[in-house]
Ligand binder design. Structure first.
Ligand code: GLC
Length: 748
């Protein structure tokens, strides 16, 4: 009996070894990884796990590169230096392992596109991909082969400075755009000479930093983590994103850069992710500051066990050798980490092609084609919020007063996270308006910059307004008021911008308000004083031409909000996929603070969930955006009122352009699960598409719904639960007439 068991065990082990060998034979990359790993000393392995912040000259790094002590540089930008450090690593070290050269190429390299929140307003996966493809070319030409993007954190909080870098509040839209950006950076073959590795960041939950204060703690129950925050990262992993970046925040008390549950249990074991995880800047060491680890050595142990492969900018992983000697970790664990790093380098073809053609930059950087594309993306990212009495588009024959601190701000119009963009390439609104209007332009700054508290420019601004037919007033935030570590508690217009608007409104001239900002601002009062409002975010290098394209009607605005615009910080957090609660407020029957009688007792005009000053509706809802035309939506027709577990159903709607100008419309599909084993959101985005319609033209849009689209995590498991659902095909998250269908438990 015993011999039989032994023989069976031997047979099983032989089968297992054979399977692994076959796997490697099947996959040459795995074979290359194993073969190289087998030649490496422990020191060389540990060297691969270090990402070092570059400074000085290549020769300053000779010793460390020759000894194989560096796996990657970040913040090296310049093809000459990049090629030289690669040459030292390839030709003067024992094993010749190439370097990953990483940089934050977030929304462009030299040609700067709108900030990601602006790009997300286009709801265009095509443009997101096209923009990042250009960014990849320009970055590669500068010797960079890895970007720390896309940032696919979901957030509900415009106070958070990094909202500028997100795709907004919705996990589905963020997933679609994030995957498109990854495709843009990596292409279908990341070893292509014009492609770079992408990095899905910041894994995970960083967008829920309490109070919108950057780096702050996050508490996210597992159902919310899985139904919202993990979804874009799962999409990124499935799309083959080569790397992930762990984050700064502690999640439910455990720092995300040492979080075994999110990194090992979910990312590695559940999702089978075999890409590379890099920490954020010193986020491994910050586990000590969090009070989660006592020493840097403890921090190294937590992170390496959680499967963080590479340490950015701190040196905790210098303790890994000692941890092996103490038996706290094994060299096998190090081999797994290093295999992930080598796998990326092989997939990127860096061993065969580590160097970049030094003449490439002149062919691919800041080309007319790149700039035209940046203009197109910027034009499609500006959201028309208001247009009373068709104030817009303006005529080129009108006398226009162009006023405001954002009219001639070549640095600020590019927005946050611009390391390599140069303001000298910016075409400002002032330049573009001068080109269009010539002598019909009356220009006055009014305020020097967004935080300016001086009235010195008011007189000149008011004079310009008085001698014009219409005022175009450009307000917003300097780029430095958003981005990392730049969270704001007050989300109003800074400085005296509002005061100047109030003065301008007294001239009686029509006012077009244009906002260039890194977050949705609470500008209800300013919008009331304006006849038309265009929310332009920070539009990038081509801000000026993109703006005049829309303002003078060469194109109609088509962008839609990727994030709710709240009335003020007091409404935060506010997101469209909120819960119904047990006492919902009917927006039609809202009551307000002035409706409450004096000397009233504990009386409320309706015991429902709202703020008695703000009500329960935002300034503008997710998905909202106007056009120069009007689109009519027909009733939705369903292929059936019943959906089987193995079937699908289609929902169709005919959209007609009933206005007088050609335009594009972003049609949105929302679904509501009426009853669930957890309370369910009142609406969830399940699809969207862009259509272009000539005046009078109609198009039928059809979406297909499958039971898998209705899956959610109920805190214990992913489930698809039979029951009643509502469905909308609409122009935004607050519009449309609901249709109903029932998901049945029966098979088809
Ligand atoms: C920063 C950011 C991260 C960036 C990294 C490298 O602190 O959190 O998004 O990629 O450091 O610059």
């Amino acid at each position: 009996m015993k011999l039989t068991i032994q023989l069976s065990l031997i047979f099983f082990l032989l089968m297992l070894v054979n399977a692994c060998v076959q796997q490697e034979e099947k996959d040459p990359v795995e074979q290359q990884v194993s073969s190289l790993l087998a030649q490496m000393t422990l020191d060389e392995k540990l060297g691969q796990m270090m990402q070092v912040n570059y400074y000085g000259k290549p020769e300053d790094w000779n010793e460390q590169l020759k000894n194989g002590q560096i796996g990657s540089f970040l913040n090296l930008s310049g093809v000459i230096d990049a090629n030289e450090v690669q040459r030292i690593a390839m030709e003067e070290s024992r094993l010749g392992i190439p370097l990953l050269i990483g940089r934050d190429v977030i929304h462009g390299f030299k040609t700067i596109f709108p900030i990601p929140l602006g790009m997300a307003s286009s709801w265009s996966t095509e443009m997101a991909e096209g923009a990042m493809e250009i960014a990849a070319k320009e970055a590669k030409a500068a010797g960079i082969n890895w970007t720390f993007a896309p940032m696919i954190d979901v957030t509900w909080d415009p106070r958070w400075g990094r909202v500028a870098e997100t795709c907004g509040e919705d996990p589905y839209l963020t997933s679609q755009l994030g995957v498109a950006m990854i495709r843009g950076y990596q292409g279908n073959n990341p070893s292509d000479s014009l492609r770079i590795a992408a990095c899905a960041k910041h894994y995970v939950g960083y967008g829920m930093s309490e109070a919108g204060r950057d780096y702050n703690t996050t508490y996210i129950p597992e159902a919310l983590l899985r139904n919202v925050h993990l979804r874009p990262f799962k999409a990124a992993a499935d799309a083959g994103c080569l790397t992930f970046m762990s984050a700064f925040n502690d999640l439910n008390g455990v720092p995300t850069s040492g979080n075994y549950f999110t990194l090992k249990t979910i990312l590695r074991d559940e999702w089978k992710y075999d890409g590379m995880v890099v920490s954020d800047w010193a986020s491994i060491q910050q586990q000590v500051v969090h009070g989660y680890c006592e020493t840097d050595k403890d921090a190294a142990e937590k992170s390496v066990l959680a499967t963080v492969d590479m340490e950015m900018a701190s040196r905790c992983y210098d303790h890994l050798k000692q941890l092996i000697e103490e038996g706290k970790i094994t060299e096998e664990l190090i081999n797994e980490r290093v295999a992930n790093i080598l796998r990326i380098k092989f997939k990127m073809g860096l061993f065969e092609n580590p160097y970049v053609d030094e003449t490439l930059a002149e062919r691919v950087t800041l080309t007319d084609e790149n700039l035209d594309y940046a203009r197109k993306v910027a034009r499609n990212s500006m959201v028309l919020l208001k247009n009373e009495a068709q104030t817009l588009p303006l005529k080129k024959t009108q006398k226009v007063a162009l006023i405001g601190p954002m009219t001639n701000a070549p640095h600020d119009q590019m927005g946050t996270w611009v390391f390599d963009g140069d303001e000298k390439n910016s075409i400002t609104p002032l330049t573009a308006f001068q080109e269009v209007l010539g002598s019909n332009l009356n220009y006055a700054l009014g305020l020097e910059y967004s935080r300016d508290k001086s009235r010195a420019g008011f007189t000149q601004a008011l004079a310009a307004a008085r001698k014009s037919d219409v005022v175009v007033y450009l307000v917003g935030e300097e780029a430095g008021l958003s981005g990392e570590a730049n969270s704001r508690g007050i989300i109003d217009l800074p400085g005296l911008q509002s005061e100047l608007l109030s003065e301008l409104s007294k001239t009686g001239k029509p006012i077009v308000l244009v906002v260039l900002a890194g977050r949705p601002l609470g500008i209800g009062a300013e919008i009331d004083l304006s006849d038309a409002v265009l929310y332009a975010w920070h539009p990038g290098t081509m801000a000026g031409p993109a703006l005049t394209d829309l303002i003078f009607g060469d194109y109609s605005p088509s962008a839609k909000l990727p994030i709710t615009m709240v009335k003020g910080a007091g409404q935060i957090p506010f997101y469209y996929y909120r819960k119904n609660t047990g006492k919902p407020t009917d927006p039609e029957r809202m009551t307000y603070i002035d409706d409450i009688p004096r000397n009233s007792k504990q009386l409320s005009l309706g015991f429902t969930s709202l703020h008695i000053d703000y009500g329960v509706t935002p300034l503008y809802p997710f998905g909202y955006g106007l056009s120069y035309t009007t689109f009519d939506y027909s009733e939705v027709s369903l292929s059936s009122s019943e959906l089987m577990m193995k079937g699908d159903l289609t929902a169709s709607c005919t959209i007609t352009n009933i206005g007088s100008v050609a335009a594009e419309e972003i049609v949105q599909l929302y679904v509501r699960d009426l009853v669930g084993s957890l309370t369910r959101p009142i609406k969830e985005l399940k699809g969207f598409t862009r259509i272009a319609l000539q005046p009078g033209e109609s198009k039928e849009v059809t979406f297909t719904i499958q039971p898998s689209d209705l899956e959610f995590h109920n805190g214990e498991a992913y489930v698809i639960e039979p029951g009643k659902f509502r469905l909308w095909i609409a122009k935004d998250s607050e519009s449309g007439i609901a249709s109903e269908f029932t998901l049945l438990n029966e098979q088809k």
